[in-house]
Design a protein around this ligand. Structure first.
Ligand SMILES: Cc1cc2nc3c(=O)[nH]c(=O)nc-3n(C[C@H](O)[C@H](O)[C@H](O)COP(=O)(O)OP(=O)(O)OC[C@H]3O[C@@H](n4cnc5c(N)ncnc54)[C@H](O)[C@@H]3O)c2cc1C
Length: 268
């Protein structure tokens, strides 16, 4: 389907983007890579009256390491994350996740900031951000990942607020992220990520509820010396996933345990 009619403006800086959003009013939306927004507009699930295009905001396209943190600009595309030597060296799990997002076209256009702001339950980076306590930096504040993903497609962002950066702690120890999906380019039916940090294992789950989940039961079990098999049995503790056309709730719980065990066993 063809999207409903909309006005369009192009911003060249963060200041300009926020000003354009304010001027266009509450029916305006940012467009970044367009890989989630445009399909929703074509299906008429989204009908923004005005799109503020941030693709020319070059100041939001960067990857750098500062004070033990990897700082990534919101307009950094999946393909850049996957290929960046800085990301591969300082947070390789992020590069590995990026290399498995959608297909080549989606990876060439989609952005880190777009995934965070969209807050789809099946998004991969929100899980990494949640398990590592990353910080989402906007044009006006810093929001901890644990407070950012409030519900499905729901964040605390104001209508005229722009995600500018995501700040991850660096972590280059053993790690693995596994997705269960029917086809290579599909979203995760369920995903599980593990990362060894200086403070111990961090474990996160994708698409087992409306928001990403930090599997604290698994982390605690590992800290007490449990084996991967024993620890992964806790991956479904406290989860209440829903059933949909892709998986029943029980299957999702099963996948959470199995993928967590495999991720721990394969972590390198
Ligand atoms: C077939 C398919 C498979 C996919 N598979 C995966 C997958 O496996 N894993 C995964 O994580 N993602 C997947 N995606 C989604 C993809 O990663 C998108 O790129 C991403 O969800 C949105 O990023 P975008 O830059 O395209 O944002 P857009 O589509 O442009 O925007 C999405 C939403 O975020 C808002 N937004 C965008 N940028 C900002 C910003 N800087 N500040 C504030 N709001 C902003 C927009 O207003 C809009 O509401 C898939 C998409 C498709 C179509």
């Amino acid at each position: 389907m063809i999207p409903a009619a909309f006005e369009y403006s192009r911003a060249h800086s963060v200041t300009e983007a926020v000003a354009q959003l304010r001027e266009a009013g509450p029916e305006a939306k940012v467009i970044a890579g367009g890989q989630s927004l445009l399909p929703m507009m074509r299906m008429r699930l989204a009908r923004p009256a005005h799109l503020v295009d941030v693709n020319a905001v070059r100041e939001l396209d960067y990857v750098r390491v500062e004070d033990g943190h990897l700082r990534v600009g919101a307009m950094t595309r999946h393909v850049t994350l996957a290929r960046s030597e800085v990301v591969q060296r300082h947070l390789p799990l992020l590069a590995e996740m990026a290399s498995e997002v959608g297909d080549a076209q989606i990876r060439s256009r989609g952005t880190l900031g777009g995934v965070m702001a969209h807050a789809d339950a099946a998004g991969d980076y929100p899980t990494l951000a949640t398990m590592l306590d990353a910080m989402i930096v906007t044009d006006r504040r810093r929001i901890a990942a644990g407070d950012f993903f409030q519900h499905l497609f729901t964040t605390p962002l104001d209508l005229d607020e722009l995600v500018c950066e995501v700040v991850f702690p660096v972590a280059a120890g053993p790690r693995r992220y596994l997705k269960f999906r029917r086809r290579l380019f599909d979203w995760a039916i369920v995903g599980a990520g593990v990362q060894r940090t200086e403070a111990g294992w961090r474990v996160g789950l994708t698409h087992v509820g409306p928001t990403p989940v930090r599997a604290r039961g698994v982390e605690a079990a590992l800290a007490s010396g449990a084996t991967p098999v024993e620890a992964a049995a806790h991956a479904s503790d406290g989860l209440e996933p829903t059933s949909d056309v892709r998986a029943t709730a029980d299957f999702r719980l099963h996948l959470a345990r199995v993928l967590t065990r495999r991720a721990l066993e394969q972590a390198a």
